[in-house]
Design a binder for this molecule. Structure first.
Ligand code: ADP
Ligand code: MG
Length: 475
């Protein structure tokens, strides 16, 4: 069978996947497309220049091993960087860069990199001397890198942020878009970058602004008929940080003005840092041309912190507040508030407050009460995965067994219980439950729910299973 770019690359991918973490694989390898195979040179398309740099810096060895396995020692790798040339010309263009492994690519055609820049625009309206006007950065000095604890969940965003802080405007992370759910540290990290830049480059004009405030200012400027002044003000900033950019959704006028400001800053090598509660692909009612700008640099996600990071964050907070707390309570908090660091901090603060107002020791019971207050509001959503895990653990089997096609009675029962609880505790449809629990159809799920209902009223032992599992799942 003759090799194609796809087959070669897919073999490389399975090798790579076995050798790095799932997260890293998803981030750095899934977006790559194999484009062309020319004898022993494989061309792959990567989404941005940053991507290429990152691969070269972190994965060049792994790539080489994988490729050599497939194509022999003469293997070559060519990167094709996909970029959107959005200055008028709608045609996407590519930039070819050979792998840094120069010895192996010297006979490779090297396309001259195309600069994605139009000639610098001189702005006739900038008032001379306006640079002397001091602009307050609006940064919160309490949000620093020092107290932004590192963990698997934020490593990429944090290190990209740090790189930007060291060389604002001078990396491929421009704009740097930090995205992630509520309370995961977007605002903190955005400030930290600004604070760090101010420390390293005091002469740079840094401005932090929420998208909401930006919008208000813009509307105000339209009312007062000084839209141009508004634009010019923003165009003299060296580092512009706009928080919660998703709030621009549906606001065409503000998007338009931001688009112009962004272009001006970007073209002049100024740094733009954005945060959003969604990835660019999921942003609604944001103009395409603006979305494509967001994708120019790096989009880095803040994920839910893992257990160790949660413990570290709690301890750091306690330390800074000069409070001591028993280890088991710290563990309890970390185990029960998982998806929002702001809530985690909130729980710690109320715990401290309660115990000092009432002159009571911080006990597990108090912690439980407080966590309940926090967690009930956000309504801990039990997932179908979690249900399957709890049910299979209870019956001492693994999830694959639970999902398997077997007709063995105790396994069928476990599966039916998982379906029953999925129906009870999630909003998922019967069809969706079926597809997640071993690829069954909606009728099977319906049947399972009825069977569980029947059995729990006729079979005492079965009733106990239901009660036990119910407790575990609602704990
Ligand atoms: P977001 O803007 O994503 O909603 P914030 O930046 O406001 O979240 O963070 C919520 C709280 O959690 C803040 O008090 C912040 O200091 C804290 N926090 C978030 N991430 C970390 C971290 N990695 N280390 C320490 N504190 C963090
Ligand atoms: Mg925020």
């Amino acid at each position: 069978m003759s090799k194609t770019a796809e087959t070669v690359w897919s073999n490389c991918l399975s090798f790579i996947e076995d050798n790095i973490s799932t997260q890293a694989y998803k981030t750095w390898f899934e977006p790559i497309k194999a484009v062309k195979l020319n004898e022993n040179a494989l061309s792959i398309q990567v989404p941005s220049k940053f991507f290429y740099e990152w691969l070269e810096e972190h994965y060049v060895k792994l790539l080489k091993v994988a490729l050599t396995k497939e194509l022999g020692t003469q293997a070559k790798l060519v990167y094709i960087i996909k970029m959107e040339n959005t200055y008028g010309n709608k045609q996407p263009f590519t930039e070819k860069i050979p792998s840094s492994n120069r010895s192996q690519v010297k006979d490779q055609e090297v396309d001259v990199p195309i600069k994605n820049k139009s000639p610098e625009l001189k702005n006739p309206f900038v008032i001379p001397g306006i640079r002397n006007v001091k602009i307050e950065s609006q940064l919160n000095p309490n949000y620093s890198f020092d107290n932004f604890l590192e963990g698997e969940s934020n490593r990429l965003a944090r290190s990209a942020g740090y790189a930007v802080a060291n060389k604002p405007g001078g990396t491929s992370f421009n704009p740097l878009l930090i995205f992630g759910g509520v309370g995961l540290g977007k605002t903190h990290l955005a400030h930290a970058i600004g604070v760090e830049i101010k420390e390293k480059y005091p002469e740079k004009t840094v401005l932090y602004i929420s998208a909401e405030k930006f919008t208000q200012q813009y509307i105000e400027s339209v009312k007062k008929n000084n839209r141009n002044d508004f634009i010019h003000f923003y165009q003299i900033i060296d580092v512009l940080i706009v928080d919660d950019i998703q709030l621009l959704s549906g606001k065409a006028g503000t998007q338009d003005v931001f688009f112009h400001i962004f272009n001006h800053l970007h073209q002049n090598g100024k740094q733009v840092i954005l945060t959003s509660d969604k990835a660019p692909v999921d942003m609604i009612d944001i103009e395409q041309r603006l979305l494509s700008r967001f994708k120019w640099g790096l989009s880095a996600e803040l994920n839910h912190p893992d257990y160790d990071t949660r413990v570290a964050i709690i301890k750091n907070k306690l330390y800074r507040d000069g409070v001591e707390m028993p280890e088991d309570i710290i563990e309890f908090l970390a185990n029960n508030i998982k998806t929002n660091i702001r809530e985690l901090e909130g729980a710690i603060i109320s715990l401290i407050a309660h115990s000092s107002f009432n002159k009571r020791e911080i006990t597990i019971d108090l912690a439980k009460k407080i966590v309940d207050n926090y967690v009930k509001h956000t309504k801990r959503e039990v997932s179908i995965d979690y249900i399957q895990k709890v049910v299979s653990e209870y019956f001492q089997m693994d999830v694959e067994t639970l999902q398997s096609k077997t007709r063995k009675r105790h396994i069928v029962q476990a599966r039916q219980l998982a379906m029953f609880f999925a129906k009870k505790f999630t909003k998922a449809s019967l069809a969706s439950i079926g597809s997640q629990i071993g690829q069954r159809d909606h009728a099977t799920v319906l049947h399972a729910c009825k069977t569980v209902d029947n059995l729990s009223s006729t079979d005492k032992q079965f009733r106990k299973y239901v009660d036990d599992l119910n407790k575990k799942l609602t704990l």
